[in-house]
Write a protein that binds this ligand. Structure first.
Ligand code: 3HC
Length: 293
């Protein structure tokens, strides 16, 4: 089913560019979409940097890197980009109206048998599916950051989703050497439902002056053997994304553990989103934390 199938990835931020790289590396022609040349340029440079790192470590040849980059075509026109694609993955920022409007365009412009997937971290897939005329082909596909590295992908079905679409997507993901799990639609799915309240609790510890950011992070790396501590992870995920996930889970459950700490909302107001803006719980230079407080 996947032979010669083209894939469109709408949104070329951190996640969208990572997903673009995953498919281009696996040999798919990818149509990468965003709403401005500047946004496309940002996406292009994320993929170039990530594959360039593999070249400099001797894990990819320069020819293979060029072949990956050549498989990606960039578009600002969504309808044009999706018109011949078998899989469309939307990965724009977390705004329901925006996602619904993109899905309406995609539903009209994509081939009738295309899978329409959204990579939302926090929004209801059901609300996105309900906005289109063929909700049975809408499914959630939740990659983790950094997408080229993390193997888990959550596949989210709604009350509308056709089982055959889920099965097709699961097989496709396995072919990319990803490890899919199928879940029902609820805020946070599996991973964010467990992971983000843990990050939120760490933020409360930090906000209350209970321990320094380094002590909090060190404790979880040393003892729980997590690859990084919760505050460094918030900076990697993006404080805006953490806030959006917590708000959605709190809205849905009214569970106080899910209520975001005031300091998180202030970091987001101050555009201190973490690694992507150079400052969050830590300060970054060239993607690495500095000694600054
Ligand atoms: N893009 C592409 N590749 C990257 C990358 C990036 N942004 N960052 C790191 N890598 C690659 C490196 O090139 C390296 O590849 P190699 O093994 O082939 O040489 C590999 O990842 C390991 O990187 P490093 O050696 O530089 O550093 P670490 O070993 O410390 O790993 C990490 C870095 C992969 C980020 C690791 O610390 C990790 O997995 N952290 C946990 C991240 C996590 O939990 N993510 C999920 C967050 S939840 C989420 O995304 C959902 C959302 O909805 C909120």
């Amino acid at each position: 089913m996947t032979e010669n199938m083209k894939v469109a990835v709408i949104g070329q931020g951190t996640m969208g560019a990572g997903i673009t790289e995953v498919f281009a590396k696996a040999g798919f022609e990818v149509h990468a979409v965003d709403n401005s040349e500047a946004a496309l340029e940002r996406g292009r440079s994320i993929v170039a940097k990530s594959t360039g790192r593999a070249v400099s470590k001797g894990k990819m040849s320069e020819e293979d890197q060029q072949a990956v980059l050549d498989r990606i075509t960039y578009f600002t026109d969504t309808a044009q980009a999706v018109s011949d694609c078998g899989l469309i993955i939307e990965a724009v920022f977390e705004n329901l109206e925006l996602k619904q409007s993109i899905f309406k365009t995609v539903d009209e412009a994509a081939p009738a048998d295309a899978i329409l997937a959204t990579n939302t971290s926090s929004l209801a897939i059901t609300a996105i599916a309900a906005a289109v005329s063929s909700p049975e082909r809408v499914v959630g596909v939740h990659f983790f950051n950094p997408a080229p590295v993390q193997t888990l992908v959550e596949v989210i079905r709604t009350v509308f989703t056709d089982d055959a679409i889920v099965a097709k997507l699961v097989e496709l993901l396995k072919g990319l050497r990803k490890s899919p799990v199928v879940v029902n639609d609820r805020a946070g799915f599996i991973v964010n439902c467990l992971l983000v309240p843990y990050i939120g609790s760490a933020i409360y510890l930090y906000e209350n002056g209970f321990a320094t950011r380094e002590e909090i992070d060190k404790a979880m790396v040393e003892q729980a053997k997590y690859p990084m501590g919760p505050l460094a992870l918030a900076d990697l995920i993006g404080n805006d994304v953490c806030l959006a996930v917590l708000e959605k889970m709190y809205d849905e459950t009214k569970d106080r553990v899910q209520a975001p700490a005031p300091i998180l909302t202030r970091l987001v107001m101050a555009n201190m989103m973490g690694m992507k803006t150079g400052r969050g719980f830590y300060t970054y230079e060239g993607g690495k934390p500095t000694e600054d407080r």
